[in-house]
Design a protein around this ligand. Structure first.
Ligand code: SD4
Length: 320
């Protein structure tokens, strides 16, 4: 008799068959520890994370240290300091973090703090809550000793004033006006953790929150199965609870690569027209050190650091 679980697996594999034809990229496997992160700036983040992983450190510490690199870099206009502002000229940051025990913390629409990922970790460790937003998140950060700083750099202010001339909000693919770091790691003890941090879509409405701080959307970790993270137009990731979907697809027996492909295909199915014009990318890593990546459009890059792959950038295959 076909059990329901088997039926779901068969369904997943059947729909996968057509994807395998289209892309056919096998999942890659490396030994632990390993860290993978989104976009080219993942290289700097991975290097910092690796210092911890190579010393038998915890994946949670590694992903936090990694995420802090682009957050603190004023030249990165999509994360932390120097991030492009919303349409009112305010830099509002979103971030979350999750560990091997399913502990998690998040902040959204947080202003004036360079390292939201570390505030998210404090929410996880010091409060009975998972998610703080806006004024409350800032108040908590200041109480925890974070410094209030000006995040809008001259360059980002100039770009925003230029944008105001047309005030057209049209998210475009890849690095043009958005980039988020999502970072997941498997440590030497075979534990998984992940983090995600961003200034969100440039020139968004004030108060808009994307996928990046939402556990299950831009980040999910299940220490029995794997971890996943996302980047791109957050609204589309939220609609499918993307990273949770990727992890659950792995639980059903899909490889990390297959799981990312199936999640992207779900976005295409839901939004056939819109999906042609926007970018969404997923990264996944399973408990055995197998990883995969897939995006809607070409151009989604990610960085991998392990003993076999010393911090290299790859370009993910794409649906279109
Ligand atoms: C957001 N997902 O705020 C983020 C933006 C992003 O690459 O990832 N850009 O929707």
């Amino acid at each position: 008799m076909t059990t329901r679980r088997k039926f779901i697996q068969v369904g997943a594999l059947a729909s996968l068959a057509s994807f395998t034809k289209a892309w056919g990229k096998p999942t890659s496997k490396v030994s632990k520890p390993v860290v993978i992160s989104t976009w080219n700036f993942g290289v700097g983040a991975n290097a910092e994370a690796w210092k911890i992983l190579a010393n038998n450190g915890r994946a949670l510490d590694a992903v936090e240290a990694g995420a802090r690199v682009p957050e603190g870099d004023p030249k990165e206009s999509s994360v932390g300091l120097g991030g492009l502002p919303d349409r009112d000229g305010r830099v509002t940051l979103d971030s979350c973090i999750m560990d091997e025990f399913a502990n998690c913390g998040a902040v959204a629409c947080l202003e004036h703090i360079v390292h939201p990922v570390s505030v998210a970790r404090k929410v996880m460790e010091k409060t009975p809550h998972v998610f703080l937003v806006g004024e409350g998140a800032l108040k908590f950060a200041l109480e925890q000793g974070f410094k209030k700083e000006k995040l809008l750099t001259k360059e980002s202010e100039k770009a925003w004033k230029e944008w105001l001339k047309t005030s057209q909000y049209k998210p475009v693919a890849n690095i043009e006006n958005h980039d988020t770091i999502g970072i997941v790691a498997l440590d030497a003890k075979q534990n998984l953790s992940g983090a995600c941090t961003t200034s969100g879509m440039a020139y968004k409405m004030h108060g808009r929150v994307g996928d990046s701080p939402i556990i299950g959307a831009a980040l999910f970790v299940d220490n029995e199965i794997g971890a996943a993270t996302s980047t791109g137009v957050g609204e589309e990731v939220i609609r499918i609870v993307g990273s949770h979907l990727v992890v659950e697809l792995m639980r059903q027996g899909n490889s990390p690569q297959q799981a990312c492909e199936l999640a992207v295909a779900r976005i295409v199915k839901n939004q056939p027209q819109k999906s042609r014009e926007i970018q969404v990318g997923f990264l996944a890593l399973n408990k055995n050190g197998e990883f995969g990546a897939f995006a809607l459009q070409k151009g989604f890059t990610y960085a991998v650091y392990s003993n076999e792959v010393p911090n290299k950038i790859f370009e993910a295959k794409s649906y279109y």
